[in-house]
Design a protein around this ligand. Structure first.
Ligand code: CA
Length: 237
């Protein structure tokens, strides 16, 4: 289930959006000002933000700019909501870092379509397609991880957290993620989880990948975090 933060000061609109999103299966958090939105973001990163341009105090545009300037929130998918339909405003909204832009009034159908499209672009791990790196295959629909070794495919037994962790890494190869980013993206709500928990699960994941010779896929990047790197060609089966 994807988590959406709705930042909207007009209570009636906020309620209507959140009702429709919950009905469509999203987990919704509401914020009615830039300060509340920032507090929510500091606590847990949502999968997507619906951000109203016109907010009391700091505007949605300023908030989007601030998020783009912070490494933790740089990749946060943002759809800007606005009553303005000027082309110039649309351009400044997108320049500020919004990924998409919706002019009020909009239909629920359009809003949901834009959200789905943006989530698909941003989070390949949320899609039920099989991912494969260096002969290691992960199928989200059957929850199976296998590696072909010669004539047979060996199955890798993983706990639920290791499965999600591996899925996330395989969907984002070659990119380094800090422990805090992994907690955000793999665990979701991490308020009460310590960063060293990540190390524990990385260790378990490597142990599980050992029998199929894939433990070296998960690299430690000193001072930065972890990264999944495909094995050198010779080692891929
Ligand atoms: Ca407003």
């Amino acid at each position: 289930m994807s988590a959406v933060l709705v930042v909207e000061d007009e209570a009636a609109i906020a309620e209507l959006i959140s009702l429709n999103l919950r009905h469509a299966g999203y987990e919704v958090t509401l914020a009615s000002s830039a300060e509340q939105a920032q507090a929510a973001i500091d606590k847990v990163l949502p999968d997507l933000v619906l951000l109203d341009w016109m907010l009391p105090g700091q505007s949605g545009l300023q908030l989007a700019l601030r998020w783009r300037g912070d490494p933790r929130t740089r990749g946060l998918p943002v759809i800007m909501l606005t009553a303005r339909s000027d082309e110039a405003d649309k351009i400044s909204g997108l320049d500020a870092g919004a990924d998409d832009y919706l002019t009020k009034p909009f239909s629920t159908k359009e809003l949901l379509a834009r959200i789905r499209a943006l989530l698909r672009r941003q989070a390949p791990e949320a899609v039920n397609t099989t991912v494969e790196v260096s002969g290691l295959r992960l199928d989200p629909s059957t929850h199976r991880v296998t590696r072909r070794m010669g004539e047979t495919a060996l199955e890798v037994k993983l706990g639920p957290t290791e499965f999600r962790l591996l899925h996330f890494f395989m969907a984002h190869p070659e990119r380094v993620y800090s422990r805090a980013q992994l907690l955000d993206r793999v665990w979701g709500d991490h308020v009460f989880i310590e960063e060293r928990t990540v190390d524990v699960h990385i260790k378990r994941l490597r142990e599980a990948l050992g029998p199929v010779q894939c433990a070296p896929l998960v690299e430690t990047v000193r001072g930065a975090g972890y990264r999944l790197t495909p094995l050198p060609d010779g080692q891929a089966i």
